[in-house]
Design a protein around this ligand. Sequence first.
Ligand SMILES: [Cu+2]
Length: 165
Amino acid sequence: MNLKLKLVSLLVALFLPVMALAAHNHSNLDIQHSWIKAPVPGTMMTGGFISITNNGKHDEQLVAAYSDIAKNTELHTMVMIDGVMKMREVEGGWVIPAGETLTLAPGGNHIMFIGLTSMLMEGDKQILTLEFKHAGKVERAFMIHKPENANMSDGHSHDDSHSDH
Ligand SMILES: [Cu+2]
């Protein structure tokens, strides 16, 4: 047996337990870009957005979201009625087919916070609980910021103050 092969075997042995553990932690779901829109001052509602990729072999479903920041946390979609965009609650949420990505984004599907009970300060984080049909409840940090910063929502520092030019 050459050294390279031995090394590979060693690496496999080292990483197998990690992989097993990760699978147990529902790593089939790749969750990215979780953020909450900083509410317009004086309003009692806002939206949350996220991108969830189902890397598993079976369909998954986002069935509900829970938070401490509002009286009601609902899953909403946008529908066009008589030429006007309106929000509707989606009972049962959305199926995420195997290999596909569910994207909640401004102007489309979103998590709705109605009756805000806490101050949502730009740059802060809030922990939300997402409930999946198979993976169960998953906690996730959501960054609070303005829509313009949406593309910087994950893994970046928000310490730099954003000035509007
Ligand atoms: Cu809504």
